[in-house]
Design a protein around this ligand. Sequence first.
Ligand code: BGC
Length: 752
Amino acid sequence: MKTLRKLFATLSLIIIISPFIFMSCAGSGSMEEKEKKVEELLSQMTLEEKVGQLMQKNADHPQLGELISRGLLGSILNEPDPERLHEWQKLAVEKSRLGIPLLIGRDVIHGFKTIFPIPLGQAASWNPDLVEKGARIAATEAASMGVNWSFAPMVDVTRDPRWGRIAESFGEDHLLNGLFGSAVVRGFQGGDLADPTTIAACVKHFAAYGWAEGGRDYNTANIPENELFDVILPPFKMCIEAGAASIMTAFNDINGIPATGHVPLMRDLLRNEWGFEGVVLSDWESLIQMVIHGYTPTDKEAAYKAMQATMDMEMASTAYENYLQELVKDGRINEKQIDDAVRRILTMKYDLGLFDNPYPYLAEFPELLDPSHLEAAKQMAIESTVLLKNNGALPLSADVQRIAVIGPLADAPHDQMGTWVFDGDKEHTVTPLQSLREMAAETGKEIFYHRALPLSRSQEITNPGAILSDVRRADVVLLFLGEESILSGEAHSLANIDLQGAQEELVQLVAGQGIPVVAVIMAGRPVTFEKIEPLMDAVLYAWHPGTMGGPAITDLIFGKVSPSGKLPVTFPRHVGQIPIYYNHKNTGKPATYDTWMHIDDIPEEAVQYSLGNTSHYLDYGFEPMYPFGYGLSYSTFELRNLALEKQQIQAGEVLEITVTLENRGDVEAAEVVQLYTRQLFGSRVRPVKELRDFQKVKLTPGQQKKITFKLNTRDLGFHNPDMEYVVESGEYHLWVGTDSRSGLKTAFEIKH
Ligand code: BGC
């Protein structure tokens, strides 16, 4: 713990916390008024009432009404009915002794009624402004129903597509998680939490939940301390700097200590070093799960640990309710600790403006699913979709007349919304089939539709003969493959991430007829499909694209707009390659194609190993299927004139980098220009590449643009063997490219 504390001290010197955290959410009055209100309430509260504020209960709890009327409940979750919410708030405000309103929590993960692409898809847009806009819309819709607190964003960096909750993350890179997480925080909270269209963000899961061993949800996170600080924690820090009102703990243990009772991580780092003054909420029963983990013998000890860690509010379980008063009487917990937690919760209620108006604001809001909301969801679905392969089959020409639409995801209105859509309604979804049919009706085209498999995991193709005869009379086959929404999400991890069921057979059935096959894959994670990829002429990866997935995909297929998504996560060729990620280390024996001996090339008589001696698999080599940052366009772009303002720079200075991007194709399109660096030698081995910045630029044919990046050398540091954050002198390589594998390259040197 000593090391941790030393490290935290260093970290806080280097990263300056925005004063916004302390001043944000001024709510409906001045700082003094706020403090006065909160302290007045605190001074009147009994210990029982204080403990009540630290409790969050599910809306179906049998004693909810009674607890609220007696002023013994701080928050409820999972009540979607605005009228019920109105009643609960009315009870809290008018019936309870002190009239303290409730925090109303809900998982508003990627939209409320208007469902946007899953967060992993949103990250593929590489467009944080768009993601902020989406979160703003979600907040407006949710707030209109009386929700004032969302359990998002999730910024758990993960390198494991088996993990079902990869769908909810912004991928494998910490910068992307930090940038998109803070965009969501800004979108939810706006400039003022008291604005009736804003809701409080809850950044989760603190911490290392995405590091679950083997991708099995809830599992142990074993992570070296330096990686914890260099990879896992930075996105949380960025969200806090963006003003996040609250944080949720994680289910997992981190190197043996359950996150919900992690004193060094929460009390020492989050509170004391980072200065976070917002609310910390447990995950669902994660507090009492410390007993199941084998960390505390009883719920009472779990409550003690969580209090020591400054965990303010307990979701669903009742250890605080049952034991905090006793722990105070035993003299093990100081009432001041409870006051601090209550103060943070009351402050958040004040900041949200709930003391002025706790009620749902339905009447004052634009319609749910307002056309502008749907338009934004469509734009996000367009920008999230990644073109993985195109041998010229896309975009379809206007001459295409007969279209075979085949597959279990072509018309799956619930599944295309993805995981975590408590409030989304499949009735509002526009599927690709609906949208293509609409387009066909307007243009006189013919659609032949076969679902082929009732579900993505069904083992038998329905009516293969009819499918084949329709394929043969079509100009193009559009295959809609992927996963149902239920195959990703919480506790929905998979050991096999190949396309499920008989989908490979389906591809084999329709291919080879001389008709172009375009696959659109909708999934909550990267799926592996190497075996059948050669049978596909083009592949669009649409993730679970949400309410407006259909119109977005139709526009992309017919070239109304060019794809511009880029992968926020590496796609493996085979599940056995996991973990495989772009910012890995070089090792002492990196593999090359010269050294990779393929299993098929091993002579039958070979008995001794003499196989190249580098870090690879005999069967699957060393490269992924598609690298991080990858995605094609209908246009072609050229990057040239990469120039650095100077070749040598002092640590702490900003390096200006310029490059020219030209659209050399014949359609308007956007390209994501990505900046990576590598520190060649360090006191610890550094990754072969690290994403530092990016810009998404839209250009018309022939148009060129000079792009400027400002690279702050302060951000190039890491935690050295003494666990100090350092920016080291020495040589660095720098790439500007359109994915993590290629690009223009140059070098610079940092001096101290
Ligand atoms: C999840 C959280 C979620 C909570 C409330 C838990 O099971 O891990 O992310 O916010 O439930 O629904």
